[in-house]
Design a protein around this ligand. Structure first.
Ligand SMILES: [Zn+2]
Length: 156
């Protein structure tokens, strides 16, 4: 897995050429160009192309956040590993915040840290069979009859 560029390496009061950025993050110049195509702001009317450190930092921070969202339904993002992880033993606890939303809590198989994410009951079908979910007693009957409940509840 490729190393993710650390946004904090970009000094906000500096301007960088494509080459500078490539050196700074040890990536190929084409990678930097792809960031520009992807929305990284430059002084686009001037040559050579220059990138403001502040823009660079912001772009990479946003990119990092959007990477976080790429977890599969049954994966949970581990902040320590900076990776989506399949919870250890495929086991998670479900802690409801209200009747539709809750939190899935598991252990990261790599660093043993606690990993959790918000979870919408609607997506239950997507992770059934992938994860072994422990529910509080009160919710168990809902889970076991979740399909009819979801159909009646969410097709309004
Ligand atoms: Zn971890």
């Amino acid at each position: 897995m490729a190393k993710r560029p650390n946004p904090n390496l970009a000094k906000i009061h500096r301007t960088y050429s494509v080459e500078d950025v490539a050196n700074l993050f040890s990536v190929h110049k084409n990678t930097v160009r792809s960031w520009v195509k992807d929305g990284l702001a430059t002084n686009d009317d001037k040559r050579p192309m220059l990138i403001l450190g502040s823009e660079l930092k912001q772009y990479l921070q946003t990119k990092r956040k959007s990477n976080k969202r790429k977890c599969l339904p049954f994966e949970i993002y581990c902040v320590r590993c900076r990776l989506p992880q399949l919870p250890a033993g495929n086991m998670v606890d479900y802690e409801p915040t209200n009747s539709r939303m809750g939190c899935l809590i598991g252990l990261c198989p790599t660093c043993n840290g606690i990993i959790n994410k918000y979870f919408n009951f609607v997506t239950l079908e997507q992770i059934k069979g992938k994860l072994d979910i422990t529910f509080p007693k009160a919710l168990k009957h809902i889970y076991e009859s979740s399909k009819p409940l979801l159909n009646s509840d969410f097709n309004k």
